[in-house]
Every structure is written in C-alpha cells, then in structure tokens.
Design a binder for this molecule. Sequence first.
Ligand code: PLP
Length: 469
Amino acid sequence: MNNASKTANLRDLPKLDGLLASEPFAALIATAGRHLVAEETRAALDVLRNDLREGGHVFQSELTEQALAALVEKRISSLLEPIQCRVINATGVILHTSLGRAPLPASAVKAAMRESTEYSCLELDRASGKRSDRDKLINGLLARITGAEAATVVNNNAAATMIILNTLAEGKEVPCSRAHMVEIGGSYRMPDVMRKSGCRLVEIGTTNKTKASDYENAITENTGMLLKVHTSNYAIVGFVHEAALEELVEIGRRRNVPVVYDLGAGSIIDLKQYGITREPSVPELVKTGADLVCFSGDKLFGGPQAGLIVGRKDLVERVKKNAMFRMMRCDKVTLSLLEHTLKLYLEPEKVLETVPTLRAIAREADELRRTARGLATKLKKHGIEAEVQDSTSQIGGGSTPGEELPTTVLVIRKLGGSPDAAAKRLRMGTPSVFCRIENDALVFDPRTLLPGQETELVAAISSAANAKT
Ligand SMILES: *Cc1c(COP(=O)(O)O)cnc(C)c1O
C-alpha cells in the first residue's frame, strides 16, 4: 500500500499559506487572482476538515498540492461559468419563456452597448441643456409605428397592466369576462392583479360566452374601465362567443368609460401571410379606437423585456403621473434596445431579416426543408443517422394558442443511451442545445436556429454522440 491510497486524518490537512505559495497554485493565482484563489482554497479546506471531523473518508492522495489545486480550479471554473449560458434553441418554440423569449436584434444590442458603456442623453435635452423625459427616447417612435396618439413604456407587460388598472380604476369597478380570468404563469393571475391594483373585479358572462351586452349591463357610475385580456396561452373552442373590441369601444364611447386591451404578445406587423390568422396586429387594434393597448417588448415585438403602452394621450399622461410609474420605469439599456429595435420597424421590407423573432416566423417551408436535409447530410458524415420529417413549430411565450407553423424537423432515434440521457448531454454541452423528445426520439426544428448556428448544432450533436456513456 503506497502513501497515496492511505487514509488521511486532520493532521494531514495542509495549511492555506503553504498551499498558496506552492508551485501548482502559482499558475492558478496567475489566471484567477490571489484573492479568489485564497477564498476558494479556504472553502475547499473547510469542506475537507468537516468531512474528516465527521468521520468521512479522505485519501492522502486527495490532499497533495496538485490534487488541491485541481479541486480549487474546478470550484473557480464552476463559479465563473456563465449562468445564462449560450443556448441553441432547436425546440421550434420561437418565444420560449425559459430560454429568454426573443433573441435581440444584433444591431440594437450593438448600439445599446455603445450608448450604455458611455454617458448618454438619457434625460437631457441637448438643445436647451435642460432636463427632459427619458420617455423621449422611444415614445414618438412607438406611437408612430403603432399609429397611436401617444405611448410610454414600463418594465414589462405585467407592470403595464397593473399601472393602467391602478391609474384608471383604483377604488372602482372593472367588468371583465369570465373567459379572461387568465393565469399567465407564476403568480400572475388576473383576479389577483386586479385586487393588488386596488380595483374591484366584476365578473361578467360565462367561461365560453361573453356578449357585448354583458359589459354594457355591468357599467355603473362606479366603473373605472372596461378590460379585455388576450387569452394568451389557451384557447376556448366550440360553443363560444367573445365580444369584439369594436363593440367594447362603441359602448365605452357612449357610456364614457375607457376601454383597455391587455394584448400580451402584440405584433407590429400583420402575421396573416405567415399563417397566424387569429392575431390582429397592434396598429389594427389601435385603429379600432381602444383607449389603451398594452403588450410585451420581448414577445412578438422581438425586443427587450418591457411593457409597451399605446393609446390616448390624456390617459398615457395620467399613467405617467402615477407614483408607481417611477417604480416601473425602464433603465437606459432597455430604453436604448427598444429605441433601436423600433427603428428597425421603420424599414418594413427589412424587418423580417433584422428582428430574429420575425425572421423565425417568416422562414419559408422550402427553405426549412432544405436546411433540415442539409443538416441530415452533415450528420451522416459524422456517422449519425437522422431522418427528415414534416412537423410544426410553435410561436410560444403565451401567444397565438393553437396556431402552428409548418416546418421540417430532424429526427434522431439513437444518440447513445436513452433519449433523456442524450438530451441531457446536449443541454450540458457548450453551447447548450435544447431539442424536443417525441416518440422516444430527439427532434430538432431548424426554424429556431439563428443564422450560422447550423454548423455549431452539427458539432454539438456529434460531440454528444461521442460522449455517450
Ligand atoms: C405575457 C402576458 C402578460 C405578461 O407580460 P410580461 O411582459 O411577461 O410581463 C400579461 N398579459 C398577457 C395577456 C400576456 O400574454
């Protein structure tokens, strides 16, 4: 029995200073810095000391300078590992909430990074040298692109809904259809949001049918607003009726009650030509005369997380005067990202290429089939069998429930071990790859690949195959 395989005891634990001065630690200190190496070494020694005290088994070979340097290096690299690591999304779900929803337009990110690493005119008017409103960065553009009279922005659409309810209807009643009592996810449930905003929800209609007259009959002198909510993540089908926004607008005008639409996803461009038939665009909804419409920045709009509020000027002004506005205002990076994403919409003929979310939606079936076939051919060269099959992609992210886009997927039945184990190896790789598992096979949808990711995907699949256990 050599020394290395002998059991260690507390006395064998090296001293921190000695370790830090040793040869194997010099290289570590040179790359990660003395402070971090010292902290992690101390922590590693503490773990070992506790193990030994509690009668755990430690070999002497685990306490050499080399072994401890390797242990500390591992601790440091897992600490420094990117938490939001790069992901190749091959799920075919375009707005995947767990994968960060909309990938941002590269040009907007570049511009925003430049503006936010330096000083910028966030709240200053250059001409007069006086203080100005940070909203100036985007409200004109947002109003122009949606056709609204005025616009503003808060941190996300949940905040937008909250501040609108609180501004227009605190202490008042808000009639809302029983079909619109949605839960978006987490704790965002419409009845709870209403309560927190200080409004009294008046449930009207039934789960499957709510008529315009149900809204009208619910109006009293204490009604703050009429609210329509997009049923983002589910669809009620069959014997159904939902009052049209136009009808609510007509009632609202006649009875002098503002009409608000919490749209959720909200696309600036018309998606009908891409097969999304039931989603009116934001400009279309603004045109119906809704008093306020709010939607997310990181859903179909394809920009950063934000809550975009568009509509009547006097109401937008009231929202901005609410004390809550300050708590929900966007930071300069978000505002810059929004500004530069909005500017991409000024060139409608290019926006389908420049905004990745729109590009994914607009990709044509033929091109996707060619891409899938090309991937299969490349994988074959790596010894991996992949079939090409017709399938569908989803928009996701709580939008367009029940509407799907035709696509061609790559199906891999064998990648070593079970499909779950293979999917885990893909997720744990660099970059991390997410796909679907269907009928015990791995399914990769090229629709959600960003330009240039095909080669990386092939390499990642190949290395997951070689790493089989
Ligand atoms: C997504 C969604 C929200 C929440 O928007 P966030 O931007 O995620 O805060 C609110 N209402 C509807 C109808 C939605 O679809």
